[in-house]
Ligand binder design. Structure first.
Ligand code: MF3
Ligand code: CO
Ligand code: CO
Length: 286
């Protein structure tokens, strides 16, 4: 609860009788909880649009999965993402996004996220690699990422990849309507710590769908009942970044993008785009 700075996000027009749905949200708002703005609740037409974009997005990552191998450059992954996306009538959202120069983020080992594909970066046996792709189809955004293990890796790196996936699956299982971002953020951090790992705090999940990044801010740590209230119709990502060592990260000053672990130990991340339903999260990037 944030005392003293009550935010009025949810609005019911004057003279209009609040629905049961309005009343539930207003009740939280009146008690000082952070609730969504009305515009964050999307209609079925918009959700269907994001789902169609998600189908292309999943196809992109499946195409990467089929091709990824030792000896490949990260630029070759970018080429696959660009070509598949364009061939399916869509646009790679990352390309030129705030100056990002490529169509996809490829983040190896100690790179936490926002790795820039390059003709000189070669995938090696034992690497763990995150491929994070956002697709725009008919104006709708879908955002997902997966980890790939190149050939065989060490049991330590394999376990990191698995626990990062468990963190996302755990969040999916406990995230229900009229709970808060902090409820699953708290659970993610507990699970990571129980395995001897840490959770990155500088980067978060986000609302998505009509734009690339919107509210809510989806922190993968925190206190229960903190962050924004989640209600049916909201579309957002969950994308925990789990580090083998310290949670701290560095931002590459030269390229302006690459995020690395401060101790250069490996990091792993999985991401999906979800819509909140009456009974919990529905994945839109399958
Ligand atoms: N796809 C990333 C996310 O999950 C954002 C990448 S922004 C880029 O939010 F510019 F680096 F591509
Ligand atoms: Co992403
Ligand atoms: Co995202």
């Amino acid at each position: 609860m944030i005392f003293g700075k009550k935010k009025i996000n949810w609005k019911v027009p004057k003279g209009v009788e609040p629905t049961e749905f309005d009343r539930k949200i207003l009740n939280f708002q009146n008690r000082g909880f952070l609730v969504p703005k009305n515009e964050l609740v999307l209609n079925e037409e918009q959700i269907e649009g994001i789902r169609r974009s998600g189908v292309v997005n999943t196809g992109v990552l499946d195409a990467v999965a089929a091709a990824i191998r030792p000896g490949m450059t990260t630029q070759e992954i970018d080429d696959i993402v660009y070509q598949y996306t364009i061939d399916h009538g869509a646009i790679p959202a990352c390309l030129n996004y705030e100056g990002f120069p490529k169509s996809v983020c490829v983040s190896r080992n100690e790179v936490v996220c926002h790795g820039i594909p390059s003709t000189t970066e070669v995938l090696k046996e034992g690497d763990i690699v995150n491929v994070d792709c956002t697709t725009i189809l008919d104006g709708y955004f879908a955002d997902a990422s997966r980890m790939f293990i190149i050939g065989e890796t060490t049991p330590e790196k394999k376990r990191l990849v698995d626990v990062a996936k468990e963190c996302l699956d755990l969040a999916i299982s406990i995230c229900k309507p009229f709970t808060f971002v902090g409820d699953f953020g708290n659970a993610i951090e507990k699970h990571a710590k129980a395995n001897g790992y840490s959770v990155v705090r500088e980067l978060c999940g986000h609302g998505v769908g009509l734009k690339f990044h919107t509210e809510p801010e989806v922190c993968h740590y925190g206190k229960k009942m903190s962050g924004m209230l989640l209600v049916p119709g909201m579309v957002f990502t969950i994308e925990p970044m789990i580090n083998m060592g310290v949670r701290n990260v560095t931002f590459d000053k030269k390229d302006g993008w690459t995020v690395r672990t401060a101790d250069l130990l490996p990091s792993a991340q999985w991401e999906h785009t979800f819509v909140m339903r009456e009974d919990g999260l529905e994945i839109l990037t399958y």
